[in-house]
Design a protein around this ligand. Structure first.
Ligand code: 2AM
Ligand code: CA
Length: 265
């Protein structure tokens, strides 16, 4: 799998370089509104094309599921692509965004790449071989109690606005029990930070497959747990995700469960 990983890394770095170059010209950036308060820029689209072109030139038979271009190609070997996770941050010059790639064969995640072009941090994982940050092995943190933990989250945006009250119930419970909650705005990086032990846990309502796929394998390979809110392996379908060290994941689930309405169970 290493040669495939290397091509994925090349693609992610190229996309990251492109994103970085555009940061100096945010004023002239072409921004289109996908829906109310949901934006896509020419950078998202160009970065995705760069990733697909790079992979296709080595692996013409691979298929793609990209946030911007949708599904293309056929077969069991599929790249799930978020060319720019954290677009809203990027548009504002708020320095928290990443490129996220995952490679799956027959619905099983095999490779993950999350690249932060600002810090030039590269998170990678191969199924069964652990997770790495810039080539060094990473593990989830060894915190087991909620006290003292730092937890990541994302707010429900437009599409999930109906869950706002449930969400704030969850947030209130988590705030009371932990050292702090962070909402950086790029889910792929939040998940990578759980894998690297920078965050002890994470939850969010209504993510898309490309926001989560890379981060999910990173967490599993770093010794963490990632599930839906009730502990099932349904987060790729529901988009509702709960992650953490094995112990913190369990504690967070107990805090979140009482707030789940019918639409989140
Ligand atoms: P994106 O920038 O790739 O869209 C933050 O809560 C996470 O949700 C980010 O990973 C972000 O990824 C995703 N997201 C999708 N649509 C969003 C929206 N309209 N507003 C904010 N975040 C959105
Ligand atoms: Ca995106």
């Amino acid at each position: 799998m290493q040669p495939v990983l290397n091509i994925g890394i090349r693609a992610a770095r190229k996309a990251g370089d492109l994103i970085f170059r555009y940061l100096n010209r945010l004023d002239s950036l072409k921004i289109a509104s996908k829906q109310h308060n949901e934006f896509v820029t020419e950078v998202d689209q160009k970065a995705e094309q760069e990733i697909i072109n790079t992979i296709q030139s080595s692996y013409p038979d691979h298929a793609f599921l990209g946030e911007e271009s949708g599904a293309s190609g056929e077969g069991d070997q599929v790249w799930i692509i978020d060319p720019l996770d954290g677009t809203t941050n990027f548009i504002h010059g708020f320095p928290q965004f990443a490129v996220s790639l995952a490679f799956k064969i027959k619905d099983r995640l095999e490779l993950a790449i999350v690249y932060d072009p600002l810090r030039q941090e590269l998170f990678t994982a191969c199924r069964g071989e652990g997770a790495q940050l810039d080539g060094k092995k990473i593990r989830v943190s060894n915190r087991s109690k909620l006290a003292g933990t730092l937890i990541g989250t994302g707010f429900p945006y437009r599409a999930n606005a109906e869950h706002v009250d449930e969400y704030f119930g969850m947030l209130k419970s988590v705030l009371k029990e932990t050292a702090g909650v962070r909402r950086p705005g790029a889910a792929a990086l939040d998940l990578a930070y759980v894998a690297a032990g920078r965050l002890d846990g994470f939850w969010e309502i209504g993510l898309q497959p490309w926001d989560m796929a890379g981060g999910a394998l990173l967490i599993q390979e770093a010794g963490g747990i990632i599930t839906g809110f009730l502990g099932k392996q349904d987060y790729m379908e529901t988009g509702n995700v709960l992650a953490g060290t094995p112990k913190v994941h369990g504690h967070l689930m107990k805090l979140i469960k009482p707030h789940l309405g019918p639409g989140l169970k």
